[in-house]
Design a protein. Sequence first.
Lengths: 322, 320
Amino acid sequence: MDIVLDFERPLLELHKRIAQLRALEGEDGVNLSASIEQLEAQALKLQERIFTRLSPWQRTQLSRHPKRPYTLDYVKDLCTEWLELHGDRAGHDDHALITGTARFQGRPVAILGHQKGRNTKENLDRNFGMARPEGYRKALRIMHLAERFSMPILCFIDTPGAFPGIDAEERGQAEAIARNILEMSRLTVPIFAVVIGEGGSGGALAIGVANRVVMMENSVYSVISPEGCAAILWRDRAEGPRAAEALKITAKDCLSLGVIDEVVPEPAGGAHRHPEQAIRTLGECLARHLEQLRELEPEEIRADRYDRFRKLGAFTQIQASA
Amino acid sequence: MANQGRRWFEQRKEFVAHKRSEGGAEVPDLFTRCPACHEPLFNEVLAANGHVCTMCGHHLRIDATTRIKLLCDAGPLEVHDDHLLSVDPLHFVDSKPYGQRVAASRKKAGCNDAFLAVSSHIHQVPVEIGSFEFAFMGGSMGSVVGETITRLFERAAERERPAIVVSASGGARMQEGVLSLMQMAKTCAALARLQDRGLPYISVLTHPTTGGVAASFAMLGDIILAEPEALIGFAGPRVIEQTIGQQLPDDFQTSEYLLDHGMVDRIVRRGDMRDEIGILLRQFLGLPALPRAQRPANRASDDDPALREGTDAKLEGSSP
Ligand SMILES: [Zn+2]
């Protein structure tokens, strides 16, 4: 399964032609290097033109690309001794949100992350990365574990949103999300969160109250999905591209709104074309932030997180009339 | 999850026949038709009954000022943060620019945003209390609402008083995008600090409480009290139906359904809410019981200059 987004198509056509020329060169022994070089230069230019001008909707599409690295890809590449830990201790284990412990650069860490599937079968198991209350409660259990044993917490956000279903409502989806948000705010261990794909609303924030929040360049973070917003405001889900524009959901927008601390650059062509490079870049970013946070005392870590979120918002004051 | 209150509300009519409809024709000044039983009710009688239908017990929507008057003791009252005003951080335009939407809502609802915060007393216990104003953009939570509620929790912690929040909201305000989402974290962090000070927080859920408001401070009360038949939940009924492709149970996401599933402590009729809150607060704070005869009157009978002046001043001060 190779999903090709519309705006990538001209670039992929070019790559295909280059590959054909190469094959020809190998078979016939003719020298086509001049043409190949020319085409490669052209491809590079085209790639830059496409990827520096991506619209918010195109980034939304990229953020959902099934070839992007998912939580488990990051964890397996960046960490050693990864052990997945299961269950909310109240009857359920949610596969849409995985938790566990591992070592990052030799030091113990706790890990939480939404996990999507790459095909239908996997997605039935992972519920497309849409967690139920038990997922959030499992995450909370692991966060408390991390707090007790002074392990930094790494959160990988990649969800269309918390699951909207009868069973999820029945078991208190709203309460589970709210509880996590509140409890995260009072932990004294460093928390690092990264939006690796879709940062879908409350379901994302429920593992997103961190000291440092960063976004991969082609990820999005939003209060509502563009399609959901379009359905309400324009009564038409097809207006998603317009809503994506209006909602300011790209990494760059979130940075300028103060919601995130850093945009993690993706390799040219996007993380889905060169996952290992995207993972490496995030690893460097993560190492740098953890280093900084290690300088802080537990109480300072808690205060740092409070102050970080306390100042978010935009409003003005009317002068009291004289 | 954002700002869907009104629409959800309309949809509920399909699920809960007539129960919640507000569509009944209104005869100005004298009568209001009960949206549930369609009986015409004398406005004066309705107001005296806390805007609960005297025929069928349906709880009609009330504004934030009326809510505060019903819950708080007569006497001194201080209005907070009513001078905060939304800006338009995203330059958001749907059918009209967000700025115009806010201006229209200010005019319609008679307040600057969707939350009214006051310091007052309940059963002689000093409290920091606030209520959503549903008429203001469906009670949606943007930066101003988030800031006002955060300050309410911070003030309660500082003054060592209990906090009470009455919710009526469709959720986060879409027009402020991800900044609205961040208000969930901001308010909950302030609430955590209040809890760490050992002070009680009572959350009162009224129709509707959904989305980002439900998924933050509204569901985190030490005690959660709900008015009867309110719509309470994370996702909207239509979103759920579309996702799972099934009809929803009739009582799905009602107060009664949440009580059945262990999500709220009690369902409390509007007329009993003030007394139940007062009793709980005095129990939690170790204060002596206040016999019925000694309980102060609420503000409902007052002309309430404190509330009225607050409202007038802020609207004058804000006229462009
Ligand atoms: Zn009635």
